[in-house]
Design a protein around this ligand. Structure first.
Ligand code: SF4
Ligand code: SF4
Length: 221
């Protein structure tokens, strides 16, 4: 299981700046257990968005956003509502956001942060991975994880060593930042590269005592 926490609403609204009509996707797997996904969280975020002058074109609850076939099939059924939306807000771990982003040609933005608990990564059978960094950046990188796709986990652009779209560390590997640039260009969001990424707080990689208490039965004091 991957543990998630909801981002502060101010951060979500900042990600949604310039988008008026939103389509919501929520995972009913791990986030439901953390109370960050499932039906209740979907209803709560919908209310919050409406209070903040946003329109919701539709929503879908999917049992496991890390199951490629399931996600593709369920999103296909919502095509009309998705086409009406400016972007997709996803209530799931980083894998789920990347899954949605890889299927749709629309910005897919994370409403949650994935917290390190040493949990199982999900069932997504593709190259997307989440390192549970605790402060999801996918809203600034076109839904491609800069931590796992860039060999140096750079947050603010390429290192300068990239050549012909390949990584200088391993020429068999695509440069993560080349992929991010191409993806942002495709969805018309290159302007987000002008915003500096929030510095990484490595403490978010550690499981806090409070969280361990909340999630394990027999933690010692
Ligand atoms: S930025 Fe990457 S590692 Fe961090 S939570 Fe998002 S998907 Fe996971
Ligand atoms: S070449 Fe690209 S993927 Fe490789 S380390 Fe530099 S920025 Fe990261």
């Amino acid at each position: 299981m991957l543990y998630t926490e909801k981002k502060p609403i101010a951060e979500i609204l900042e990600l949604l700046k310039g988008s008026r009509n939103i389509f919501l996707v929520a995972c009913n797997g791990c986030p439901e257990a953390c109370e960050t996904g499932g039906k209740a969280a979907l209803e709560e975020i919908e209310k919050e968005l409406k209070t903040n002058a946003k329109t919701v074109s539709g929503s879908v609850l999917i049992d496991f956003l890390c199951n490629k076939m399931l996600v593709t099939t369920r999103l296909f059924r919502c095509s009309q509502q998705i086409n009406q939306a400016d972007c997709i807000l996803v209530l799931s771990c980083g894998i789920g956001v990347q899954a949605v982003s890889s299927i749709l040609d629309k910005p897919a933005l994370p409403a949650l942060d994935t917290i390190s608990m040493g949990g199982f990564q999900g069932l997504w059978p593709s190259s997307e991975r989440c390192e549970e960094c605790g402060q999801c950046y996918l809203g600034l990188t076109g839904g491609i994880c800069p931590i796992t796709f860039c060999s140096k986990s750079l947050l603010s652009g390429p290192c300068g060593g990239t050549k012909d779209g390949k990584c200088e560390v391993d020429s068999d590997r695509d440069c993560g930042w080349h992929l991010i640039y191409e993806r942002l260009k495709k969805i018309g969001k290159l302007d987000v590269l002008k915003k500096p990424a929030k510095p990484r707080n490595y403490q978010r990689m550690l499981t806090s005592k409070e969280l361990r208490k909340k999630t394990f039965y027999d933690i010692e004091e």
